[in-house]
Design a binder for this molecule. Structure first.
Ligand SMILES: C[S@@+](CC[C@H](N)C(=O)[O-])C[C@H]1O[C@@H](n2cnc3c(N)ncnc32)[C@H](O)[C@@H]1O
Length: 253
């Protein structure tokens, strides 16, 4: 039997957003958020006091960012923003698309992390870079992580994890697959097994994401006007010698 599922359902950021604080925690995001904050400060030619976070999700990173900056978060999902506001009531959160939003103000730094994975064409990626450029003060830093690159993409990967909170038990299974390696899009299929007081509920969710070679990232950033330094983002949960490209981009004065 062949089951048909919606191509890009993103239920995790909609009806299933309540699972996000069960699957993740501010503590899990603290190490990377601290490193990103220090990297921004070290590379800024101005004092970095304000930070715009594009695609802030449920605010897990912001929980640490707010110790260093006055943060403004933007996300396309109102359900994720609701979680972020609960976790960080002192932060201003705005509903919007990172490709098109125009806040009419500039920040000392801009960051886009796992949300940038949702850009599926070079045009979308460039639009986010343009948004960052237009919202950044001269000499400010735009920091991004290229989590998936064509050079390192591993076909048909599956990860699973178990999470518990109160009377909810969650088994989360994630499969990454690229049905057409020629284009710049791939699929993440999520399976959620949720047991509440022993009663099982099952959900399937598909997310369409983007994968580009690292030169595309560099070329698009340069065309928008950024000066780029590529660094290695390493984390205590990565295996030895594993890293992700971290692009530290400065808007020239
Ligand atoms: C994995 S979550 C981010 C989680 C986040 N790191 C946190 O601290 O909770 C990815 C987020 O990207 C957002 N997103 C995807 N496409 C977007 C777009 N075009 N504009 C703004 N946000 C977007 C989703 O709504 C989702 O909240």
């Amino acid at each position: 039997m062949k089951a048909e599922f919606e191509k890009d359902s993103r239920r995790l950021y909609g009806e299933l957003a309540w699972l996000w604080p069960i699957m993740s925690s501010p503590e899990e995001y603290a190490e990377e958020s601290e490193l990103f904050s220090q990297t921004i400060k070290a590379h800024s030619k101005i004092e970095a006091r304000t930070l715009l976070h594009l695609g802030c999700g449920g605010g897990m990173n912001d929980y640490t960012f707010k110790k260093h900056f006055q943060v403004t978060g933007v996300d396309i999902s109102e359900e994720m923003l609701k979680l972020a506001r609960k976790l960080n009531p002192e932060i201003r959160y705005v509903n919007g698309d990172m490709r098109t939003i125009q806040l009419g103000e500039c920040f000392d730094a801009v960051i886009a992390l796992d949300s940038i994975n949702y850009m599926r064409t070079p045009g979308d990626l460039r639009s986010v870079f343009q948004t960052a450029y237009e919202h950044l003060n001269p000499d400010g830093v735009f920091l991004i992580i290229a989590e998936e690159t064509a050079e390192k993409f591993k076909q048909n990967r599956t990860m699973s994890s178990c999470h518990f909170q109160g009377d909810v038990e969650l088994v989360f299974i994630e499969n990454i697959y690229d049905p057409d390696p020629v284009d710049t899009s791939f699929e993440a299929t999520f399976v959620y097994l949720i047991r509440r007081k022993g009663e099982l509920e099952m959900y399937i969710d598909r997310h369409l994401l983007g994968v580009f070679d690292i030169d595309t990232w560099h070329n698009l950033l340069r065309r928008v006007g950024f000066e780029i330094e590529q660094m290695k983002f390493e984390h205590s949960t990565f295996s030895k010698e594993e890293y992700l490209p971290m692009l530290v981009c400065v808007k020239p004065f």
